[in-house]
Design a protein around this ligand. Structure first.
Ligand SMILES: Cc1cc2nc3c(=O)[nH]c(=O)nc-3n(C[C@H](O)[C@H](O)[C@H](O)COP(=O)(O)O)c2cc1C
Length: 201
């Protein structure tokens, strides 16, 4: 499956959209999940800090995750089957450490997260998460990025995630169900002119 050719970028971008759980009742091989997550190492990161990590929940762990977090206020059972939920974890301390190194210390960002113009740990983890979504799409999987509004602390505690790392959201992965497209957004995409301003607003 991993050896199958993947489509080009145009095709991947055309297909890219949220495919929400439930998915087909078919396992996602670990090797494929691993490949998709390792693809995220192509994402940029500030100072090459590489602060993004992933916690992978599989099988019954995803059921437990949904019971704790209730995404979209849905009945957790209505989201099954969901073979995989990945938590993209940001780690601010990795950035303080990196920016304490001799080649970065002059920027004065190595001790205080408040000194950063934007939270690059969040930026970088989001960039890595986008690569995960694109790679999932390229490999024929459905991917769904969603927010965690409740239960986060308990999810992290049960999985033994170290203090100081937290998810920027969650990514569900699974094979799309045949003939069951999940609803897209009610809002149209913004116009070209609205998205891009050349030189002047
Ligand atoms: C930061 C972020 C948070 C999101 N939170 C949720 C969410 O909680 N529940 C959900 O169903 N989708 C969530 N989404 C998915 C968006 O609703 C979706 O990307 C958007 O409507 C555009 O649809 P498309 O990606 O299918 O083109 C989130 C996306 C992002 C980037």
């Amino acid at each position: 499956m991993i050896d199958q050719p993947v489509p080009g970028l145009d095709e991947v971008l055309r297909r890219q959209r949220m495919i929400r759980a439930p998915y087909a009742d078919r396992p996602v091989p670990r090797d494929l999940v691993r490949q998709i997550l390792l693809d995220s190492r192509r994402a940029p990161s500030a100072g090459h800090s590489q602060g993004a990590s992933f916690l992978v929940l599989e099988g019954d762990q995803t059921r437990e995750f949904f019971e704790l977090t209730h995404p979209n206020r849905e009945d957790p059972e209505s989201l099954q089957p969901c073979p995989v939920v990945v938590l993209p974890l940001e780690h601010p301390q990795a950035y303080l450490d990196r920016y304490s190194a001799p080649d970065k210390v002059q920027f004065g960002m190595g001790t205080d997260v408040g000194a950063w113009p934007v939270p690059y740990w969040t930026v970088d983890t989001a960039m890595a998460a986008m690569v995960v979504l694109l790679s999932a799409t390229a490999h024929g999987l459905g991917g769904w990025f969603f927010a965690i509004f409740e239960g986060e602390a308990e999810v992290l505690r049960r999985a033994g995630v170290p203090e100081g790392m937290r998810p920027i959201g969650a990514i569900a992965l699974g094979w799309p169900r045949d003939g069951a497209p999940t609803p897209g957004s009610r809002y149209p995409r913004r116009s070209d002119e609205d998205v891009i301003r050349w030189g002047q607003w």
